[in-house]
Write a new protein. Structure first.
Length: 255
């Protein structure tokens, strides 16, 4: 048998597969769905994952705030399969639940999805083309109100440089590496995560397509709790992190 170098085999394989397809084939994805409110939306949420053109994924549904005899937990357990795990967490608040869910995730690539949102079928495949070049990959989205598209957010697409004008990342669109998933127990935990990773010089990218459908209703956490009031505080914390990093780097150069 001819002894062919491994590098030659890899080169031949890359040349035989359409551009970017090899990256998509290699990655496995853990999808995290925290569940407190919104059990009535779970079926639609899961169906959108099952329709993904990239099929190498697992789902963790993390139930918190309900005991194991509750209707929410019992209904969620009905969706368990070889690719879907339903786990009961005795945690307080979404950030702590998310941290626990990450610990249970099997794969290095993690995606977030709120139970009342859903994805376009090519969402994972389109993002995976960028995840080896960028640390965090999101997508554009449509707003849904009363079962109809009601607009879309004004967020940047392509490589992200501005994190202060607004939160440029849609939470249910986020794809990132497991090692970067760590939430603080703060009001705007999703924006806080984005800003902390940005302060660590992580690279962000938003796919140009609307691949997430984000439901707007009175129970949406940001809309119902007036969390927009905390945006200024969160941004100020980010500026402090940037300044502290600058000072630390200056001290290292002097030493």
């Amino acid at each position: 048998m001819q002894n062919i170098p491994l590098e030659s085999i890899i080169k031949r394989l890359r040349n035989s597969i359409p551009n970017n397809k090899l990256i998509i084939i290699m990655h496995k994805v853990s999808i995290l769905i925290p569940l407190y409110n919104g059990i009535e939306f779970l079926q639609n949420c899961l169906d959108s994952i099952k329709r993904q053109t990239h099929e190498d994924w697992e789902i963790i549904i993390g139930v918190n705030g309900h005991d194991q005899n509750s209707d929410v937990f019992i209904q969620a357990k009905k969706h368990e399969s070889d690719k879907i795990r339903v786990i009961h967490y005795q945690t307080r608040g979404k950030p702590n639940t998310m941290n626990a869910m990450v610990s249970d995730a099997t794969h290095d690539i993690v995606c977030l999805l709120d139970v009342d949102d859903w994805w376009d079928p090519t969402k994972l495949a389109d993002q995976l083309r960028f995840i080896d070049e960028y640390d965090v990959v999101g997508t554009h989205c449509y707003y849904i109100r009363n079962r109809r598209i009601s607009g879309q957010p004004r967020i940047p697409v392509g490589e992200i440089k501005d994190f202060i004008s607004c939160n440029p990342m849609i939470s249910s669109s986020l794809m990132l590496h497991k090692a970067d998933c760590r939430w603080n127990d703060v009001i705007l935990d999703d924006y806080d995560l984005v800003l902390r990773l940005a302060s660590e010089n992580k690279r962000f990218y938003n796919v140009h397509k609307q691949l997430v459908y984000h439901r707007l209703h009175n129970q949406s956490a940001f809309n119902s709790k007036g969390n927009h009031r905390y945006v200024k505080e969160t941004v100020e914390n980010y500026k402090c992190m940037i300044e502290n990093n600058r000072l630390d780097n200056g001290n290292e150069h002097r030493n």
